[in-house]
Design a protein around this ligand. Sequence first.
Ligand SMILES: C[S@@+](CC[C@H](N)C(=O)[O-])C[C@H]1O[C@@H](n2cnc3c(N)ncnc32)[C@H](O)[C@@H]1O
Length: 238
Amino acid sequence: MSNHSIMDLYTDLANNPDKDFGWDTGLQNARNHGYKEEWIESIPDEIWRYCAAVGNPFNAGEFHEGESILDIGCGAGIDLCVASLLAGKNGNVFGVDITPAMVERSRQNANLAGMSNITVYESSIEELPLSDCVVNTVISNGAINLATSKEAVFSEIYRVLSHGGRLFFSDMIKDETNPEASCCAKESWANCVAGTLKSDELIQLLTNAGFVDTRITDTNHYKTSASTIGATFSARKI
Ligand SMILES: C[S@@+](CC[C@H](N)C(=O)[O-])C[C@H]1O[C@@H](n2cnc3c(N)ncnc32)[C@H](O)[C@@H]1O
């Protein structure tokens, strides 16, 4: 899968957030995933327009004031803003995205929200631009399925997490209740379909990377095709 098609699609989303891409976006999407009203009130409406969340990683565990949080595949920065609210003024929030227009949009959105503890890097999540053991928590929302090497992504997350650090991510996975769908569907990688794995395959990859307490915390209503569903996972570095 070329990063080119991914960048084309997500450049379009960064520039045209109200366009119909065939999957849910925007404020109603955030509400459908249970994003809290207090976050919705604290973050400008303009920013919620870009919400392409496929689940709610903030429901998967506790976040603490003063911690450092990394969002991989941060898109336009909605989850960066939520993370900034949770980490508070003494915390640090980092974002990584491969699409230059998304990096620019997330920096603009962080400024618009007045959140000065957010730093965004343009990079692949398969090669994170952070040193070893520097973040307490890694989050992600709808991005890991887009990476060619999930092994590289989980190994990089493990490397940058501090000891005892946590990973909470939402992503599209194969819908095993509807196995026939994938044989006939026109599968797109950039639209979060062709790069998806089964939940057991993701848990095995997390375990191979060294994570413990790996589990799927929920599945949800989100669809990118008949053969996929949204799900959320949690894991911990020893
Ligand atoms: C479906 S969007 C989700 C954006 C955001 N997390 C949200 O919830 O709104 C997926 C994002 O992952 C980014 N992405 C895809 N592949 C990537 C990679 N290999 N490295 C870094 N970012 C990537 C895309 O540029 C896009 O912004």
